[in-house]
Every structure is written in structure tokens, then in C-alpha cells.
Design a binder for this molecule. Structure first.
Ligand code: ACO
Length: 325
């Protein structure tokens, strides 16, 4: 049994922050950001992650022609939940009225949507669910250091969702991986451990450091251009397909130069690689489902088309899914 995508949805906040706006906050320029990243503007949310996720989920359900009550699983990939608990997935369940669904969040940073999609596939294949909602949602603006020009130019807020159902076709193969030994390349500290067992001044965790993103940009860049082609090739091999069988390659939107380098390495034309980073920036787990929804709503996907989706990010983590639309 496979997991087939029946519908997609997305929600991008209205507020646009342009490169010019950023040049008023930090020492940067529109020309630098465009040339090095391909980003022109990004969206900032006044609402939380669960709210964005719920709007994307409603749109995906409507596109699939299903009711919330038919969902028996809700998975949300996010690295920016509004709360430690309850999970964002439980908040989405409440907003939708999806009372029959099991709900959990998946933490895999920018790979989060693909990890969640692969988890949905596993639940469906095991007969533990029949219809699942898979969401990637972020309010990265809450963990961006708005004084750090090397990171604040990159990220944006948003959410995307897909409804998947058990079917004869759908996800054909999955390739996932992590290298925790390189986790320090992209971090955001949590709350330090402060309890009576811990002496004052010796709190575990990184006390005193704010919960903002710190990144070794060059290390991530090199990791991405090497990892994306490798994971796509492995997923294609598992599906007994080649690059020529794929109609669209959807890559995590982190930097336009990473997209062109990956396409070059795979020997695929950029016409098969949709790009929306100019308008969204890097929205982590939301990036792939937003891109997928835009492609779907533009009428560019035909039943039977084969798609390869690939992501990478903090962890370090990566993943690919090859599917039949
Ligand atoms: N404006 C102007 N100058 C800048 C800016 C800026 N916003 N940021 C950095 N610079 C300067 C640097 O200080 C440096 O100056 P120097 O040469 O005088 O030292 C120069 O520009 C070059 O800096 P680099 O860091 O080498 O620039 P690079 O070309 O590598 O681009 C970037 C930086 C855009 C961050 C790139 O490395 C990148 O995209 N990396 C991948 C990041 C990524 O994908 N992260 C997300 C992973 S997904 C997830 O899990 C969230």
C-alpha cells in the first residue's frame, strides 16, 4: 500500500519584508542578497505556527475534497512550534475539528516535511492509518537574530500541507539520513536545564545564549550541494527510475545557487526545477509543501507525473521522496 497525495494547500503571511527593508536593519544590500541567495523578499507572520499550519491544512483538505473527520493521522514538521506542549499537530486537530486523528510533530528542521511524509507513508503501509494530513509550518522570524546579517536575510514564515491517502500508487521510494556529528553547523538553543539537582552557575545547556539561529553558512552550503544529488540518486535507484523519468524536481528552497548546483550535478535542466525562493526566502519545513502547492494550483501537475522532492537542513539531516502524482 502506498501513500498518494490527494490535495495540497499553503498559507503565506501577508507582510512582505523586502531586501531594501533589511538594508535598513543591518549592513547589507539588495544586490548582495539577490546575487548570493536569489531572495528578493520574504513573508513575516503576525500569527503563530499553528495558525499558519491550520490555514494550509484547510486548503489541502478542500483541494482533496475530504472532510476533517476523515483524517486519522496529523503530522506537522516544524522547528518553530508556538509551545513545547501541546504539539502543533494537536492545535491543528482542534482548529480543523479532526477528532479521529492521531497527532504528532516531527522535528527534522528543513527536512521536516519529507520526514513527516515518509512517516505518513509508513503508517499507511502498516495499516495504522488510511488518510493523513502532512504539514510543514514555520515562524522562523521568531528565532532569527535580526542583528545578524549572515542569517536574518535568509529566512521567512509560512506553511504548506498535503493530504495523503492509502492507494495503489503514490510514494514510490524514500531516502532519509542524518549526521548528528555535524549538528553544530546550524543550531538554535532551547531553554537551559534549571532545577534543584543542578548547581547554580552550572546549568546544563547553553545558558545565557538567546534562542536564535546560529549557522556556519559555508559548511551548510557545501553539505547541501553534495548531499542533494546523492539522496536524489539513491531514491531514484530504489524506485528503479532515472532522472529522465522525473517531470519535476522539487528542492528545499534555501539558496538559488544550491538549486542550480544540484541541478547541474544531476544533469537536469532548470526548467524541471521550480524556484520560489525569490518570494519566500527559506521557510524550512514549509518550503517543499508550499512549492508543491504552488505547482499544483498552477495546473502543472498531471496524474501519473513522477516527482522527486529533496530537502536538507539542521541535524544535519536530509531526505528525498520519489512519488507518482
Ligand atoms: N550582506 C552583505 N555582506 C554579507 C552578508 C550580507 N547579508 N552576509 C555576509 N556578508 C559578507 C561576509 O561578512 C563576507 O565578508 P568578508 O569576505 O569581508 O569576510 C562576505 O559577505 C562573504 O561571506 P560568505 O559567508 O562567504 O558568503 P557566501 O557566499 O557563502 O553566502 C550564505 C552566505 C548566503 C549564508 C551561503 O553560505 C548559504 O546560503 N549557505 C547555506 C545556508 C542554508 O542553506 N541554511 C539553511 C539550512 S536549512 C535549515 O535547516 C534551517
Amino acid at each position: 500500500m502506498k501513500a498518494r497525495i490527494l490535495g495540497t494547500g499553503s498559507c503565506l503571511p501577508e507582510h512582505r519584508l523586502t531586501n531594501e527593508d533589511l538594508a535598513g536593519l543591518v549592513d547589507t544590500s539588495d544586490a548582495w542578497i539577490r546575487e548570493r541567495t536569489g531572495i528578493e523578499e520574504r513573508r513575516l507572520s503576525r500569527r503563530g505556527t499553528a495558525w499558519l499550519a491550520s490555514r494550509a491544512a484547510e486548503a489541502a483538505l478542500a483541494d482533496a475534497g475530504l472532510e476533517a473527520a476523515q483524517l486519522d493521522l496529523i503530522l506537522v514538521g516544524t522547528m518553530t512550534p508556538d509551545e513545547f506542549c501541546p504539539s502543533t499537530a494537536c492545535r491543528v486537530q482542534e482548529a480543523l475539528g479532526a477528532s479521529q486523528a492521531v497527532c504528532l510533530d516531527v522535528g527534522a528542521a528543513c527536512s521536516g516535511f519529507l520526514y513527516a511524509l515518509a512517516t505518513a507513508q509508513a503508517y499507511l503501509a502498516a495499516g495504522m492509518a488510511r488518510t493523513a494530513l502532512v504539514v510543514g509550518a514555520e515562524t522562523l522570524s521568531r528565532i532569527v537574530d535580526w542583528t545578524d546579517r549572515s542569517t536574518c536575510i535568509l529566512f521567512g514564515d509560512g506553511a504548506g500541507a498535503a493530504v495523503v491517502q492509502a492507494d495503489e500508487t503514490g510514494i514510490l521510494s524514500v531516502d532519509l539520513g542524518c549526521d548528528g556529528s555535524r549538528g553544530s553547523a546550524l543550531t538554535c538553543p532551547g531553554v537551559p536545564l534549571r532545577n534543584p539537582a543542578v548547581s547554580q552557575g552550572q546549568e546544563a545547556g547553553r545558558d545565557g545564549e538567546p534562542s536564535v539561529l546560529r549557522m556556519d553558512g559555508r559548511a551548510i552550503f557545501q553539505f547541501a550541494v553534495r548531499t542533494v544529488p546523492g539522496t536524489v540518486r539513491r531514491a531514484l535507484e530504489k524506485a528503479s527510475l532515472t532522472e529522465a523519468d522525473i517531470s519535476w524536481f522539487l528542492f528545499h528552497q534555501a539558496n538559488r545557487r544550491i538549486l542550480t548546483a544540484a541541478a547541474r550535478s544531476l544533469g537536469i535542466p532548470m526548467e524541471k526545477v521550480p524556484v520560489n525562493i525569490g518570494q519566500t526566502g527559506n521557510t524550512a519545513a514549509a518550503s517543499l509543501p508550499v512549492l508543491l502547492d504552488q505547482l499544483n494550483r498552477a495546473g502543472k501537475l498531471r496524474r501519473g507525473d513522477r516527482l522527486a522532492l529533496a530537502g536538507f537542513g539542521a541535524g544535519l539531516s536530509w531526505g528525498s521522496v520519489v512519488l507518482e502524482w
